[in-house]
Design a binder for this molecule. Sequence first.
Ligand SMILES: Nc1nc2c([nH]c(=O)n2[C@H]2C[C@H](O)[C@@H](COP(=O)(O)OP(=O)(O)OP(=O)(O)O)O2)c(=O)[nH]1
Length: 133
Amino acid sequence: MKKHIDVVGAVILRDGLILCAQRGGTGTLAGLWEFPGGKIEPNESPRAALIREIREELLCDVEVTDQITTTHHEYDFGVVTLTTFYGQLLSGEPALTEHQNITWLPPSELHRLEWAPADIPAVRLIQEQLACP
Ligand SMILES: Nc1nc2c([nH]c(=O)n2[C@H]2C[C@H](O)[C@@H](COP(=O)(O)OP(=O)(O)OP(=O)(O)O)O2)c(=O)[nH]1
């Protein structure tokens, strides 16, 4: 049985743009783009995990709003269950601590980045929900 990994990701919106984060150069899924967040700890709610991870990774406080979707993806290292939420920055400017890059993109351009495979269903859904025709 592959290990199961519960992960949360924040789709942070500001002025109609979405914060996209590029994973660091070594380790799992290096160089791919993701929604900032991380693993849910035991006895932690998904929303609390997201607030904690954004504080740790981006040194910002985030308000977590609506849940977007939960999807599963099987990697060679395990099965990731990724739950995404919309969010807004409350304070601070995102800092690069673990990521190698961040960028803000309009929803219609999200597909131009090379996303972690688990993120692709969420990216499609966000584009449907937010992209202008
Ligand atoms: N934060 C985040 N992780 C994601 C996304 N998509 C996706 O497949 N993942 C994967 C990458 C990692 O295997 C795991 C999240 O763990 P983490 O953010 O704590 O990352 P990490 O680098 O410490 O993980 P690891 O090297 O220990 O595997 O979920 C996403 O959109 N956001």
